[in-house]
Design a binder for this molecule. Sequence first.
Ligand SMILES: [Zn+2]
Length: 276
Amino acid sequence: MRLTALSAVTAAFVSQTAFAQGFMTSPLNCSGPIQNNVCTRPSAQWVYTPGIMTTVLDHSLVRNGNGKYQYGTVNDGGGDGKIVAFNGETAHGKPGADVRCIAGTILLRPAPNLPPMTNTAGCGPNYASYDEHPGYDYVAGYGSPVLAAAAGTVVDIRNYPGGPFEYCYNSNFVGYCVNWGWVGIDHGNGYISQYGHLSSIHVLPGQKGIKQGQVIGFSGNTAPPSAGHIGPHLHFEVLKVVNGQYLVVDPYGWVGAPGADPLYSKALAPPVKLWK
Ligand SMILES: [Zn+2]
């Protein structure tokens, strides 16, 4: 009897682990032929080239006093002047400077099997982009369909007591995130994916039964000027629930040197490759 119970527990653990790893698909589709890694859909809109991004998740991000991962500037107290990508590439800013955008050499490799990308937008062609950035910014033409990376339920919460009901976690903002065109989907396995800067949203707070690949909205440029004007893009981030806290996790995992990932040393959610 005890053996049976133990087996059930072990099976549940294995199932949960298998489900957590490799359960997500791309939140954007080209919806047309891809030639030389470039989407050739003829329409000026809906153009998305898989993997092209303007900034990566910064593995050196820290939580500020407000518990958020704020875009790093010296003035707002965030940022360490360094950007670390999931493959260990690192870029440094000038000490004392506004480190929101860091000039550097991160090649924005979106995945180990894709060629390095250079930054084509944002704060300049030679920048590694945002310090303390808690997600990935994919270049996407205005109005590109944004797809649920996995099945789940739309988040329905208040970001602060007395605040409005929202459908996203403000992982990196002091105020509320819905103004930034954000939507979160709880996948029911301890992970939540969030989609930012949408020009329109086509799900409702608390909506159940969201299917993997379902269009949840369309890309846009709904970021305030203080965040910089970097053009239409999709901000994609993943949170993991750890002891009731919603912690940023890198869905690309970590492929840099073993033990060298700063995320592991800061009591944040360890990165795990979550792509199918
Ligand atoms: Zn972003």
